[in-house]
Ligand binder design. Sequence first.
Ligand code: BEZ
Length: 238
Amino acid sequence: MMEEQVNQEVISMPRIGDPAPEFTAVTTQGEINYPSDYEGNWSILFSHPADFTPVCTSEFMTFATMESQFEALNCKLIGLSIDGLYSHIAWLRTIKEKIEYKGMKDIEVTFPLIEDISMDVAKKYGMIQPNEDSTKAVRAVFFVDPKGIIRAMIYYPLSLGRNFDELLRVVTALKAADEFSIATPADWRPGDDVIVPPAGSCGTAQDRMEGKEDMTCYDWFFCTKKLDEETVWKAIKK
Ligand code: BEZ
């Protein structure tokens, strides 16, 4: 974990490959211990700047609408802002009872939303980025694997609503990479060709270039192979 002193305060920035920092928190679905309660599941821990704000509302409605797609990948969602529990409850009730947006209505947010008035959790996860805003969390997204290891993270500024298809693609690609020991090229989606590991672990460079392996090589360092969509989904869906 990287720590930095900013204005006398220690700011932690977890990194890819680190164990997810542990905490106990009150949420809209009761108390949680993270990441231990999520052992055996993938999870996405994400922050938003504030309840009762428009970008965050559009994000929660979108995420809640897509929750079943994350659930199908055995991936749980956990939100956080530095608002209190009663604010969270009132905001989520307003979303359900009053907001109709882009065809989404009557949206019930059933995943936990953490209250973090003390900012303890937000600070542990580098969600408070003072040069953006010192009293609100930025839009951070942590992808945590079933062993509690941070596998990817994305930070967005306050003004930028996230792309939830991309968040789903990240979980999909991380799980596929684990299952098939491959890497995924730019913009990869299930059904697209995948990148095979470097020469040595999978045929020699010469074998690859001569087409002895079932691969397409663009050069000695860049080989792909087919991985059909059904096989991917079968392996990564729970
Ligand atoms: C929003 O969610 O709309 C928002 C929240 C904080 C700052 C800017 C926008």
